[in-house]
Design a protein around this ligand. Structure first.
Ligand SMILES: Nc1ncnc2c1ncn2[C@@H]1O[C@H](COP(=O)(O)OP(=O)(O)OP(=O)(O)O)[C@@H](O)[C@H]1O
Ligand SMILES: [Mg+2]
Length: 214
């Protein structure tokens, strides 16, 4: 079990969140470049994944065939997160590097909580057990209407297990993400990602300024 994170860590953890096709990967690279420009050493990573075990769990989770019951899905997400934290995220943060991660615990609340209907206390319990309640220093929630998400995914090849879900699922995921942001407006910045990319990135740059001057 990971110990609760007591001392402030030297580096910072920034996460990028949102439903499918909102521009997470595109903007993850932008965030990394901005941080590097400001002189930080950056580790780019993703969830589920980020370690050899995590990437294998990712394959299980995204494989389109076969049923995975919601609780098993949640536990697999946290199993991957346990490895990711201990082997990648915490060592990087302790050594002063900045970690930029494509999805983190907020995604468990949005997808397995909002999307699949797992009660919040079960997710909080696992969060406490696995991360000690570690929160990112900044989370960028890229928000777009469902139609925009669908448009941006159009033309992609085989759809994974999540991408095969129908729109009510994503509507619940998006709504839960927005609720999380409302509850923690300082940490989770909602970015209107339906706008042209240069505008989205100008907003992201502003959000990063706040954390870069801290
Ligand atoms: N603001 C934008 N305006 C128009 N197109 C965009 C914008 N942001 C990203 N895109 C395009 O949308 C598509 C999806 O972007 P990207 O792969 O970054 O999303 P993602 O959130 O990482 O998706 P996934 O959830 O599948 O990993 C890409 O073709 C990208 O170029
Ligand atoms: Mg992506």
């Amino acid at each position: 079990m990971n110990k609760p994170v007591a001392a402030p860590l030297a580096g910072r953890l920034i996460t990028v969140e949102g439903i499918e096709g909102v521009g997470k990967s595109t903007n993850l690279a932008f965030v990394a470049a901005e941080l590097q420009r400001a002189g930080h050493e950056v580790v780019l990573t993703r969830e589920p994944g980020g370690t050899p075990l995590g990437e294998r769990i990712r394959e299980l989770l995204l494989h389109p065939e076969g049923e995975i019951v919601p609780m098993a899905e949640l536990l697999l997400m946290f199993a991957a997160r346990a490895a990711h934290l201990e082997q990648v995220i915490l060592p990087a943060l302790r050594s002063g590097r900045w970690v930029v991660c494509d999805r983190f615990t907020d995604a468990s609340h949005a997808y397995q909580g909002g999307g699949r209907g797992i009660p919040v206390p079960a997710i909080q319990m696992l969060d406490q057990l696995v991360t000690g309640g570690l929160r990112p220093d900044l989370s960028l929630l890229l928000d777009v209407p469902l139609e925009v998400s669908a448009e941006r995914q159009a033309g992609r090849g085989d759809r994974d297990r999540f991408e095969r879900e129908a729109s009510p699922f994503f509507s619940r995921v998006r709504a839960r993400y927005l609720e999380l942001a409302q509850a923690e407006p300082e940490r989770i910045r909602v970015i209107d990602a339906a706008r042209p990319l240069p505008e989205v990135q100008a907003t992201i740059r502003l959000a990063l300024q706040d954390i870069l001057v801290q």
